[in-house]
Structure formats: structure tokens, C-alpha cells
Design a protein around this ligand. Structure first.
Ligand code: PHE
Length: 471
């Protein structure tokens, strides 16, 4: 029997609706901005392999667990755990999730702002006729500007706020459906151009970029690379903080959770790899350092557009799509906070959205100006591998704490709860839609959530802290 849907909370109107919305949350700057630069810093192919292993063995199980918890409780992450396990501390997952959402959205808004600035610059054709070096300087100049990154961060947060205030159905569904396929198509076009880009000197070759991406150099594999891959996989899939518990609570009772999680995770991963194929051949053809940090794609993409027929239009369309992809992710971050505030503090949606958006925008302002006004605000540490001092500004600190600690630890709690405490019958009931469909992967799923995912996350942490050394 199919339970009636709690219509007062709303639900997605079709299976495609939830897949589009959750994929909208997952696919964003994480895939196109963060994945390439982290892969570049972490030595290429070896990172990719570890990343893929984490998506399959940890990411998909965590995502499905979040969907199960969300749909069975019909609540925000905090409320969901209080309902499932009253008087037990599992609700901490909800609290960590809110903190993670605050941190992530603070720096995410900054990069969303960079994207809007690049859309603006594309419209004005500001990259026209510029050399690769000049394009790099444009990025640095913008990021080190005293107010522009802030201005755009505020615009980006304002847009996020407006969409969330408009409500879940109207707000989320319509944006993600049309522009995600366009983004996908554009990435393919850019990848083709990147691979065929003429090298700037005879020693350089775009094919090196593909080798860098796909040919693993396992000598580069170390604790940091593995730790980076774990954080990136959680961030990219939007898991570990309850964003997908919140989305899961809006999935209709007769939609298949397992296939949804699989489709979303695989498309997210595919887009990330595609972004890699779009970026690295150009990086190598232009003689760029793959370890260029947060600016990597903003320095490379305009150069590719300059070398493409119709590049002016492609670049505008691309940054429009990227902005929308960023927004469908940022709204899911704000949604976590807003849904929790509304349901737990019993305040109106409008009020909750205003409070959350203002607080996050203020914290985000420090991130946006982390390369200028607040550049000394942070911590400096000695990097043993390079023998140099490295400075972590506020932006980097938030990214580090949220991705490396809050998300994986949140994910660990989620799978441990689901695997060991949730009750097998209830898991099966959700996965099979109350017995309507067969769940052939049930045993595999339980094995992953009970053993593989928790053990793997724990080992990565022990390895990183040096308590356990695998390399
Ligand atoms: N997954 C999003 C991206 O790749 C970011 C995000 C992380 C969204 C966590 C929600 C929760 O851009």
C-alpha cells in the first residue's frame, strides 16, 4: 500500500523532478571549479582513482542513506534524528550539518560571485584578444580587488535567498531542468576544443593533460591525496550534512530511491571527469602549472573560449549555465538551514530565510575579501613536503574544516546509524517502496553501510593523522 503524501510540506511532482533537483544540488561549482583544481594539486590520475573508489563505496551508500532517512521521517536532518532516535545524541548530525551548511555556503557564495563576475566580463567581451598570461592577471586582479568579489558575493547570495523564499516547488524544479543538459553539452564542446588546442611551444602537448588525468602515478599517492579525495567526493555529491535528508523528505513515496541515488551520483561524477577533460589538455597546451589553486578554471576557460569559433557566445552561455548550476547547489545549502529553522524554531519560512541569508552573507563577506582586506586573517603553517610556509586564509579554513571534517564525520554517523540502528525492516520498506519493488542490491547496500563505508572513512582519518601509516 502506498502511503499518502504529506502535501502540506510539498513533494516533487515527478521522478524527474527529484532527480533533477538532487542532481542540481550535487552538480555545481564542486564539479567544475573545485574538482579540477584539487585534482591538479593532488597529482592527477592517482587522485581520480581514489575519488572514484570513494564515490562507489562510500558516496552512493551515504546518499541513499540520506534519502531513506529523509523520506521515512519527512523532516529536516535535526528533527529526523530526534524523531528516529529520541533521547540519543544522533541529532548531532543535524547540528553539524547546519554548521557545515553555514561554512560551505560562506565560501561557495564567493565562488558563485566569481562566476557572476565572469559572466559579466564575458558579456562585455573583456577577454577578447588577451594572452593566457593576461587572462591569469585578470583573475588575480579581480580577486585582489577591494570590493568587487564582495559585490558579486552579495548578488549571488541575494539570488539564492530569493529562490529559497519562493518555496521548494517553484524555486528548485524549474531552474535545474533545462540548463543542466545545456551545461553538459557545453562541457563536451569545451573538452573537444581543449584537446585540439594548439600547444604554445613544441615541447607542450594537450595530450599530456589527458595522460595527467587518466594515467595514475601511484608514487603521488599519499595521506593528503586520499584525504582530499574523500572530502571532495562528499562535497561534490552534497552528502554528509543532511542536504539530501532534506531533499529526501520531499521525494514521493512511490519513487525509487536506489535508482535515483545511483543516477545522481554517476552523473555528478561524470560531469566532474568531463570538467577535467575540458581543463587539463588546455593546461598542458598552454604550459600552465596544474597546481594553480582556486583560480585554475577561471584562468583556463576564457583562454579556451578565445580560441573557439563563436567563443563569445559559448562563454556567455557557459557562465550562465555555471551560475545556475551554482545556484541550484547554493539553494540546497540554504534550504537545509531554513527547513531546520522553520521546523525546529517554529518561525516562518520568510523569517528563517532572512536570518540565515544575512548571517551567511556576513561570514561570506570575509571569504570574498580573503585575498585583500582579510588576507592576513588566517593561519600560517609549515609545509614539510615543500619546505615552505603556507598561509590559509579564512576562505581556505572554512573549506578545510567543512569538507575534511564535518562532511565525512557526518557521513560516518549517517551510515553507522542506518546500518546498525535504523532497523533492517524499515530500510527494506523504504528501498522497496513498502514491498512494491524488488531490491536486488539490498545485501550489497547493507554491507557497504555497515562495514565498508564506516571502516574506510575511519581508516582515511587514521592515515591522515599519522596514527596508522599506509604510505
Ligand atoms: N555539491 C555541490 C557542488 O558540487 C556543493 C554542495 C555541497 C551542495 C554540500 C550542498 C551540500 O557544487
Amino acid at each position: 500500500m502506498i502511503k499518502s503524501i504529506d502535501t502540506s510540506r510539498g513533494s516533487f511532482s515527478s521522478k524527474f523532478g527529484i532527480i533533477a533537483a538532487a542532481a542540481g544540488s550535487a552538480i555545481g561549482l564542486g564539479n567544475i571549479w573545485r574538482f579540477p583544481y584539487v585534482l591538479g594539486e593532488s597529482g592527477g590520475g592517482a587522485f581520480l582513482i581514489v575519488y572514484l573508489l570513494f564515490v562507489l563505496s562510500i558516496g552512493i551508500p551515504v546518499m541513499l542513506s540520506e534519502f531513506i532517512i529523509g523520506r521515512s521521517t519527512q523532516m529536516n536532518p535535526f528533527g529526523a534524528f530526534k524523531k528516529l532516535a529520541p533521547r540519543q545524541p544522533w541529532f548531532i548530525v543535524g547540528i553539524m550539518g547546519i554548521i557545515a551548511a553555514f561554512m560551505i555556503l560562506s565560501f561557495y557564495g564567493t565562488v558563485g560571485g566569481w562566476t557572476l563576475e565572469y559572466l559579466y566580463k564575458s558579456v562585455l567581451n573583456r577577454f577578447s584578444g588577451k594572452s593566457a598570461d593576461e587572462v591569469s592577471h585578470i583573475f588575480e586582479g579581480f580577486r585582489n580587488n577591494s570590493y568587487r568579489p564582495l559585490l558579486w558575493q552579495v548578488v549571488f547570495m541575494g539570488l539564492t535567498f530569493l529562490i529559497v523564499v519562493a518555496g521548494i516547488e517553484k524555486g528548485i524544479e524549474k531552474y535545474s531542468k533545462i540548463l543542466m543538459p545545456v551545461l553538459f553539452f557545453l562541457l563536451i564542446v569545451i573538452a573537444v576544443r581543449s584537446v585540439t588546442l594548439p600547444a604554445v611551444s613544441e615541447k607542450l602537448n594537450p595530450a599530456e593533460g589527458l595522460r595527467f588525468l587518466f594515467k595514475p602515478d601511484f608514487s603521488k599517492l599519499n595521506a593528503k591525496v586520499i584525504f582530499d579525495a574523500l572530502g571532495q567526493s562528499f562535497f561534490s555529491l552534497s552528502i554528509g550534512m543532511g542536504a539530501l535528508i532534506t531533499y529526501g523528505s520531499y521525494i514521493r513515496k512511490n519513487d525509487n530511491l536506489g535508482s535515483s541515488a545511483l543516477i545522481i551520483s554517476l552523473s555528478d561524477t561524470f560531469i566532474a571527469v568531463l570538467a577535467g577533460i575540458a581543463i587539463f589538455p588546455a593546461v598542458f597546451a598552454l604550459g600552465f602549472n596544474p597546481q594553480s589553486g582556486e583560480g585554475l578554471v577561471f584562468k583556463i576557460l576564457p583562454v579556451i573560449f578565445q580560441n573557439m569559433p563563436g567563443g563569445y557566445f559559448v562563454s556567455i552561455l557557459f557562465f550562465v549555465c555555471l551560475s545556475v548550476a551554482a545556484l541550484t547547489s547554493s539553494i540546497s545549502l540554504l534550504e537545509v538551514v531554513v527547513t531546520t529553522f522553520v521546523e525546529e524554531l517554529k518561525i516562518s519560512r520568510r523569517k528563517a530565510s532572512i536570518i540565515a541569508a544575512i548571517l551567511i552573507t556576513i561570514m561570506g563577506a570575509i571569504c570574498a575579501l580573503s585575498w585583500y582586506t582579510f588576507r592576513n586573517f588566517g593561519v600560517s603553517t609549515f609545509d614539510e613536503s615543500t619546505g615552505q610556509m603556507v598561509h590559509f586564509n579564512f576562505f581556505m579554513i572554512l573549506d578545510y574544516i567543512a569538507l575534511k571534517f564535518l562532511l565525512p564525520i557526518g557521513g560516518l554517523f549517517i551510515v553507522v546509524y542506518l546500518g546498525w540502528f535504523h532497523g533492517k525492516k524499515d530500510v527494506l520498506k523504504e528501498l522497496s517502496n513498502e514491498g512494491v519493488s524488488k531490491v536486488i542490491y539490498y545485501k550489497l547496500f547493507m554491507f557497504l553501510v555497515r562495514f565498508v563505508a564506516p571502516v574506510a572513512i575511519t581508516i582515511v582519518f587514521l592515515n591522515e593523522t599519522g596514527l596508522l601509516k599506509f604510505n
